[in-house]
Design a protein around this ligand. Structure first.
Ligand SMILES: *Cc1c(COP(=O)(O)O)cnc(C)c1O
Length: 428
């Protein structure tokens, strides 16, 4: 071993000890936050082995991989990926710098010019933008078909079709897609297709989280997540994940290495240490509150429609009970509520402005799956590009007391009603 004591302090401060018995990682209770951009290779031979093994799937043999450089692979991220694959019931997971990086990587690493992707008409706003701004320029055709219209899907799929893409629940409308029904159709069609032209079912499971829905068990091939939302859970980290079959892993790792959108090890650590262990606890509390809010909204004369998968009135209630189940197999309707005001009675923008000015427990902000309850108006914000009702509201339920959230919503409603009455009075 090299003796560092022969070197000047300037150099010693750069290199630190050549060896330390202080890193006893195997006895940590909380995993250590590893953050090293590059790795000592020990020998050219070991370095060459690292490059050779990168991307070739090596199941955990109880041996530390040869880490080379953070952008290729890194231990903290890699442990998080193992946990996410496990909780979704998938073979492999690759994390990314954001949900959008994960979505674009999963799709773009499969699609080539001339291919067709079929997507549900309503998807996350930036996913819609990926489909409308970028894929046409890359020679990838995007068709929009209601994923619950199996005959329409069958009629649209042709030999160019590679991917069926959707969210369930759909952001922001909380409509559900029957994953099993699509699986049946795809199995029938795939039986007649080449092994390398199989149709893949890709679902963005951000709204439900693996706590509330495991799409691979229901028939999907690939699951996508924005880790920024409930998986991270505290509103401090941005990240994304692809959970996929083993045979997609090498190509996704190559894609991430070359396009470069890696999840930082610090974010991976926070998601692993704070987000995942509290996921079930947070979701259960959010669902408890969400159901109370949904009932309250449903009974309110100013509201003309409430969509929440936990309500008996959800148009796909049976499907919700079938697909959205938690780790204990209990119903898991999630933490998101969509509702529409009667535009004759309440102006939605006045309502959220009132909340923004005077509410404490409800915050006007995009994003979701946070400890704090967030409200936004999809018709003029996240989904302004397409036809979501302009009087609609998306509510992401947090961990506050339901009593307080209802009071803040009620106060905002009353304030807007007073203003509306005043205006009506002046115009008479
Ligand atoms: C937020 C979100 C995304 C994008 O995730 P980012 O981490 O913001 O890139 C994708 N899909 C859904 C359903 C989302 O809510």
């Amino acid at each position: 071993m090299v003796k560092s004591s022969k070197y000047r302090a300037t150099t010693r401060l750069v290199h630190g000890p050549t060896h330390s018995a202080k890193w006893d990682f195997s006895h940590h209770v909380t995993p250590p936050l590893s953050s090293s951009t590059t790795y000592r290779l020990d020998s050219a031979k070991r370095g060459a082995r690292g490059f050779k093994e990168f991307g070739s799937y090596v199941p955990d043999r109880g041996e530390t991989p040869v880490y080379i450089y953070d952008r290729l692979d890194e231990p903290t991220r890699s442990i998080l990926e193992g946990e996410l694959a496990d909780v979704e019931g998938g073979e492999a997971c690759v994390t990314f710098a954001s949900g959008m990086a994960a979505i674009s990587a999963a799709l773009s690493s499969v699609l080539v010019p001339g291919d067709m992707l079929i997507a549900h008409p309503v998807v996350y706003g930036c996913t819609h933008s990926l489909f409308t701004h970028w894929y046409p320029r890359q020679g990838i055709e995007v068709e929009r078909v209601n994923m619950n219209d199996i005959d329409g899907l069958r009629a649209t799929i042709d030999e160019r079709t590679r991917i069926l893409y959707f969210e369930s629940p759909v952001n922001p409308t909380l409509e559900l897609v029957d994953i099993g029904a699509i699986r049946e159709l795809v199995d029938e069609l795939n039986a007649r297709r080449d092994p390398d032209r199989q149709i893949l079912i890709v679902i963005d499971n951000t709204f439900a989280t693996p706590f509330g829905q495991r799409p691979l068990e229901l028939g999907a091939d690939v699951v996508l997540h924005s880790l920024t939302k409930n998986l991270g859970g505290f509103g401090t980290e941005v990240g994304g994940a692809v959970i996929c079959p083993r045979d997609m892993l090498a190509s996704l790792l190559l894609y991430r290495k070359d396009f470069g959108a890696i999840l930082s090890s610090k974010s991976a650590w926070a998601i692993m240490v704070y987000g995942l262990p509290t996921l079930a606890l947070r979701l259960k509390r959010q669902q408890y509150t969400a159901l109370k809010l949904a009932h309250w909204l449903e009974d309110h004369p100013n509201i003309q429609r409430v969509v929440y998968p936990g309500l008996a009135s959800h148009p796909q209630r049976e499907l919700a009970l079938k697909q959205m189940r938690d780790f204990d197999d209990d119903p898991a309707p999630g933490s998101m509520i969509y509702f529409e005001f009667d535009p004759e009675r309440v102006d939605v923008l006045e309502f959220v402005d009132e909340l923004a000015a005077n509410a404490y427990s409800v915050t006007l902000a995009v994003s979701l799956g946070h400890t704090k309850t967030l409200i936004e108006v999809p018709g003029s914000m996240t989904h302004s590009v397409y036809g979501v009702a302009s009087s609609s509201v998306r509510l992401s339920v947090g961990l506050e007391s339901p009593v307080d959230i209802i009071r803040d919503l009620q106060n905002a409603m009353e304030a807007v009603e007073r203003k509306t009455r005043k205006k009506a009075h002046h115009t008479i």
